[in-house]
Design a protein around this ligand. Structure first.
Ligand SMILES: *Cc1c(COP(=O)(O)O)cnc(C)c1O
Length: 365
């Protein structure tokens, strides 16, 4: 008997997460200079990191020989001020991925289940399987969440429902009224993890106030990140806002120093940089138009996206992806999500989008 064979069956059957290919790796593989490679694969901020966040990170690195503030006092105070919540409602994560994992670790165990949609974020089955809990995957409706079917799928052993809004990898969006009606249907002992990783990219008419629902729905957890619109993907910071009892349990389960001192400092500064987030949303809006105009002229089908990426149907996506890689363009194939004809393209700077469009035109011959 090997050690590996003794790991629980639910661990051995986990399908690994497939990240976007790093620029350095493609450069090595194709013998291309890194500067010539365009990466539109991981929904990162094309503007980079905001100047305020960078300055705070640079200052914090000098003190990085010390352990971070495990209680994240300053960042929690900034979040509490910005969103009008209590610090006791907050859990800070090493990226919002960590928040999702901590929620799963806190509420899931063998003999329980989690509900999520087909074509939703790959971390939901990962986090569920890693606790030996059962996945209840609900068929999507037009590549998005079918909230009625999800409510109906909740079983007596269900402890968490995961909802990404906007959804990744499809970019679909459900409106506030539908979400609120869904929350009213969910049993009060089932945690609803509302994953708002892309909420800063919503158009004004799409916005809804999920934090206002927390008072009425103590089983709601809103998860957000500073990795996407705030430009801190490599530093890893996200947060949950929930009922204090839920946050308290999650804070007991998380690692005592789960977020680095540099990330905490950068996050606090980034939160105060509304101008950077506004510029990010603006360039995203224009880039989305640039991409979808190109898809229309190429006769390609795409899924209308509320996020900072667009998912487009290209036919043999594996072959098209390879042709793009040969031209130094990295996007994300999503066959692992059961969408083998589609590619997910992160929205970049205008010139990056143009490089992708030219490469796509070539790839499609
Ligand atoms: C990117 C993403 C996250 C997690 O991002 P972090 O970098 O860990 O903050 C969470 N949920 C969804 C739907 C995402 O697309």
């Amino acid at each position: 008997m090997s050690v590996a064979s003794r790991a629980p069956a639910y661990i051995r059957s986990i399908q690994p997460y497939q990240p976007g290919k790093p620029i350095s790796e493609l450069a090595r593989e194709m013998g291309l200079p890194e500067a010539d490679i365009v990466k539109l694969a991981s929904n990162e901020n094309p503007l980079g990191m905001g100047a305020k966040a960078r300055a705070a990170a640079e200052a914090a690195i000098r003190e990085a020989f010390r352990y971070p503030d495990g209680g994240a006092f300053a960042l929690k105070a900034a979040l509490a001020r910005k969103f009008g919540v209590d610090a006791a409602q907050l859990v800070i994560g090493n990226g919002s991925n960590d928040v999702l994992e901590i929620a799963a670790q806190t509420f899931l165990a063998p003999g329980t289940s989690a509900v999520f949609s087909q074509y939703s974020f790959a971390v939901y089955p990962l986090a569920t399987n890693a606790r030996g809990a059962r996945c209840i995957q609900v068929p999507a409706q037009a590549y998005g969440h079918d909230l009625d079917a999800m409510a109906a799928a909740i079983a007596p052993d269900t402890r968490i429902v995961f909802i990404a809004n906007p959804n990744n990898p499809t970019g679909t969006f459900v409106g506030g009224a539908a979400l609120e009606a869904f929350l009213a249907k969910v049993p009060e002992d089932v945690l609803v993890v509302l994953d708002e990783a892309y909420t800063e990219f919503l158009e004004p008419e799409q916005r809804y106030d999920s934090l206002a629902w927390l008072a009425r729905f103590p089983n709601l957890l809103v998860s957000r990140t500073l990795c996407k619109a705030y430009g801190l993907a490599g530093l890893r910071v996200g947060y949950a806002i929930a009922h204090p009892d839920v946050a308290d349990l999650m804070n007991r389960v998380r690692q005592p120093f789960n977020v680095s001192a540099v990330a905490l400092a950068a996050a606090e500064a980034a939160l105060g940089d509304d101008d950077f987030v506004a510029r990010t949303a603006d360039i995203n809006r224009r880039g989305k138009q640039q991409l979808t105009d190109a898809f229309a002229s190429l006769g390609l089908e795409w899924i209308p996206s509320a996020g900072n990426f667009v998912t487009v149907r290209v036919g043999d996506a594996a072959a098209v992806n390879l042709a793009l890689l040969r031209q130094g363009v990295i996007v994300r194939p999503i066959a692992g999500y059961g969408m083998p004809e589609w590619l997910r393209v992160s929205i970049g700077l205008p010139e990056e989008n143009a490089r992708f469009i030219t490469a796509l035109r070539n790839a499609l011959g």
